[in-house]
Design a protein around this ligand. Sequence first.
Ligand code: FE2
Length: 177
Amino acid sequence: MTDILSNIEQIYSEMGHNHYGEGVSQIEHAVQCARLAVEDGERADMVVAALLHDIGHLFAGVNPGYGDFCHDQAGAEYLSQYFPPGVTEPVRLHVSAKRYLCTTEAGYIDSLSEASRYSLEHQGGFMTEDEITAFLAEPFYEQAIRLRRWDDEAKDEQLASTPFSSFSQKIVEVCNA
Ligand SMILES: [Fe+2]
């Protein structure tokens, strides 16, 4: 368990300074997302999902083979070694949640940052009817939508940084090992 925690902390301390693309670093984006989950009264699994949802982006920096546009799958696959579906499924589905909201919620796409609108095209664009049906059949689709909304908000350049380590206890709490 300590190994898992130190692996994750090492990934974020080595790669977390990478730019998220919208005025904040990856690690700032991660902790802001987790803070929003805490403020919404979420359980530890959702706080950890929020914290680690973009871990696949950090692998993309380590291993270009993963590719940035598959960061949801790559992240969930890595995390599934250590965490239950309550953590890994919202991570795996958070890009689908964006596609779903862009397709079904009026005005949502206009609220996205330029970078996020740009990446939508590379993430599959709008959902078809069949894709919507499949997404809504996912047991964790609601959690993925909640995660996606924090993801959209967690880009505050002015917010004083919370240390990544302040979430260590929650990582240990939900870890399988
Ligand atoms: Fe994100």
